[in-house]
Ligand binder design. Sequence first.
Ligand SMILES: [Zn+2]
Length: 154
Amino acid sequence: MLCPKCQHEDTRVLDTRAADVHSVRRRRQCAACGLRFSTLERSVREEVTVEKRDGRVEEFDRQKIVASLQCALKKGNRRREEVEALAEEIFAHLLAPKPRQLTSQRIGEEVLRRLKTFDELAYARYLSVHQTFASLEEFQRRIQETEQCHGDNL
Ligand SMILES: [Zn+2]
């Protein structure tokens, strides 16, 4: 969503509320000029399909991704708006190239990439639930990478 004033691409969601059963109204703020504006978003039937690890294909389901984020973040003190804003970023990134089909692996990678900077504990939790690892070593290596990142930030 471009800023109507300066056309900057990066806008922050301040507030989300249902306008009716099929649409939501969001308050946004431009990250560049600070302009606040509202958008009305309507749900459309997704035209993207997802290939699962076992080869099954199903419709892309935003709610499933939101639910998995909420599950990973369950012990964090995150507001619903924060989680939804994070989910929006993930959807925007996945759907920007207008793919016909995504893989569940691609979705998982994108979720992990965002969670890694958003919440490390949720990142580790999501990793343990959703990723199938070749070995336990691979899992431990990823956890160690996370801890290194944390150390770098201090
Ligand atoms: Zn702007």
